[in-house]
Design a protein around this ligand. Sequence first.
Ligand SMILES: [Zn+2]
Length: 308
Amino acid sequence: MENTDPGYHQFLEGWSQIMIIASIISVAVALVVLIIHFIKLSAIKSYKGKYDYLKLNRIKAYQLFYFSLAVAIFFYGNTIGDATVGKSMVFIFVRLFISMCVGTLIGYIIYLVLKFYYPTSLERKLTTLRYTPRLSKAGNEMKLLSEEEEDVHLDEGMQAEENVFSVDYDVWVDEETGEVQIEKYLGYLEALECGSCGFRTLKLEKEEVLKAATEETEGKLLKNYKCTYCQSVRTTQHTIAKILKSENDYKLPTDYVLKGQRKVKSIMVEIISTKGDKKEFFFQSTKQASDFLENFDFDETDSTELKF
Ligand SMILES: [Zn+2]
């Protein structure tokens, strides 16, 4: 049964043209997404910046890229086999349905690949970015401190964060100039390799403090992981280090270089006692402030304002 209606054939021609244009637009969108992603990435100078950008955007950008390609395939599919479709209008729906199935199938396969296979290779790239030696302002290769060494440079809040929450601080030091760069990494974003299925899809779901640490005893922390692929769960127990009782409640690191140090005009230290007394001190450098804090005794200081 041949469809000889000239109106139908005209419609088919128009339909084909629209589908080709839609297909070209979809490919263009896909390319623009990918190009913008790579331009933004190359505009970021620091390794840490690249790390954060890739971590947040790489998979999303790829998903959008491949999704747009799948849509392009769907549109293009609707232009194939005009000779058959010309015979009867039923075929236009058959073709629409087949194109949709093929597009969805391709989209779904890509979704699975990006969700379960790709993270392993992305993680490898991220690890390289994280551990590539940083360059100091003086141009020297900096050294990454070990967990024990780095505690000197982290304040108490940062150390507590490292102990309890899934936060990791990397401390880079220029051994010649003493410049310190501290980078913060959020551990809960990091996926681990699952012991059951082998994919890098094991993610931290919840952290529970079973017992808080005190000055005398260590605390206990439970971390609950769940695999987004095979759904298996894993629980690990961690020890929270004792709270260190320090002589000085707060100490500025002596070799800490403030960003834009030369632009610092003065540093104000405000000390509030348990009774609510307030004392303010002004310094011209972090070194002065640090020396002062080391010898500070609340009761011995009479003047409320001390200028160097
Ligand atoms: Zn698994």
